[in-house]
Write a protein that binds this ligand. Sequence first.
Ligand code: AHR
Length: 321
Amino acid sequence: MNLRALLLASAVSGTLFSVGAQAADMTIGFSQIGSESGWRAAETTVSKAEAKKRNINFKIADAQQKQENQIKAIRSFVAQGVDAIFLAPVVATGWDSVLKEAKEAKIPVVLLDRDIDPAGKDLYLTAVTSDSVHEGKVAGEWLVKTAAGKPCNVVELQGTVGASVATNRKKGFEDGIAGASNVKIVRSQTGDFTRAKGKEVMESFIKAEGGGKNICAVYAHNDDMMVGAIQAMKEAGLKPGTEVLTVSIDAVPDIFKAMAAGEANATVELTPNMAGPAFDAVIAFKEKGTVPPKWIQTESKLYTQADNPMAVYEAKKDLGY
Ligand code: AHR
């Protein structure tokens, strides 16, 4: 279908149906990290639904948290001659060779939810991500405001070592608390974005900090680690949400449940719909040659206990988290 016919068909249908019809011929491969968190599960579910809406043949390869599996999946997608590849890079470095192979095969790559080392910017078409430095900053600023000048020792649960979002969320939080000498990070360790690891690391923080008495707040790079940390605090006889403040990132349904129960304080939302804008960018690129901006930024919104957490939980609970 040429451009004129395409526009006419769109006008007649009043929808993007004709674009969807063309997209029906497309096969897109997605190298997904795994299923380490509720957010990740939702991203996979939403991606499939967004592909279905556009009639795209969508192939997902689960890398089980391993970069080597992601590299294998990308090579396999290149060998299959897919129309585009989506990549959620588990870590930021080590992609140059495989992305060069995709580029030589003229297959556009779109990064979803995480970034790669800046050296590789010409190796992908666009990145659909949030501003993860900003997310950390919002969390830090919320804590400074809430601590209201009182001394506040913070323990930090970091995401996967080497992941862009872990590096950025750490930096952003540090920026957010920089002007407040009363707020200090006293311990910081990776919990690998999982509930189990978040709980385990929090248990060790509690032990190291006199049974938790010296901890004023927990900052976690995702909600799943915070849910694990909340469990650890409760088992240690602490009262998360009142005695110990919590702030984390993702906005998964379970954190809203904890907020409604008064056991969590704040979260910064990360939309699980990274694939929708990515599909639209690839379709426009393939069909009309429209080059997307290098960064398609998704929104970040702060939620606290004042935002009717039970209603948000109800609205989110069946969305694939
Ligand atoms: O890259 C996004 C992060 O990855 C999410 O915040 C976290 O839950 C996931 O594992």
